[in-house]
Write a protein that binds this ligand. Sequence first.
Ligand code: ZN
Length: 262
Amino acid sequence: MSGSSHTTDGVVLRATAVGESDLVVALFTRELGRVSAIARGARSSRRRFGGALGLLVHSELALGRRTRGSELWNLERATALDDHAALGGDPVVLGHASYGIELVREMTPAEVPEPAALDLLLGLWRALAPGPSPSLLRAFELALCERLGHGLSLDGCAGCGRSDELDAGAVFDPVRGGAVCRLCAPSCRGLGVRPLAATVRDYLRRAAATSLDDASALVVADDDRVAARDLMLAFVGHIVGKPLRSVAFVVQVHAGLTRPPT
Ligand SMILES: [Zn+2]
């Protein structure tokens, strides 16, 4: 084993073709966090990396130190450990799996190890196997945000901290990062501020306290589920600071699926 190379596990967040035969891959690795690496010959020889650089594949990765003056690590070897590519067979599931990838890609700083965030992404993919679930996405978003220092304030007011005025007249403020009580609500005038029903707050608290494997079983009224989705998208959108492509994809898929059959 070379003293200058790192062996760790991780996933591909994005792959970009460069030159005749290479790929530049954005990787999310357990020990190095989010890194960019060049995979030489990845496109000219399928044998070199096999299926290990595919989307939704969890792989062992051997990364060589970058050359002086380069931002890129050198991907020396990649071996598939676990393949979730079958999720791609359902466009809604693929959209949800891609949403997880996009959140990790946009929310993690470069080259900071966040092994718990990798495990959350892998857990999302595992839990998506039986089918898509809005509650699973909520549990994933809440856990990832908490892990990355953007914990949503649901038990106390994001303004004053008190917990006894959140049931009636509370609002959700994506900029302040959570529930804002009846007394502080008049000072919330930013974009995305909306009423926060006690039942929606309760649903999000339950989603935050549930493991990804159990999240799909959460029971919630349709209106509350939609309200929770919209406020979480507003919150995540505020953190990321730009539109999420996977969300647009899922919207398009749903639009196509709900069109009457011809
Ligand atoms: Zn308050």
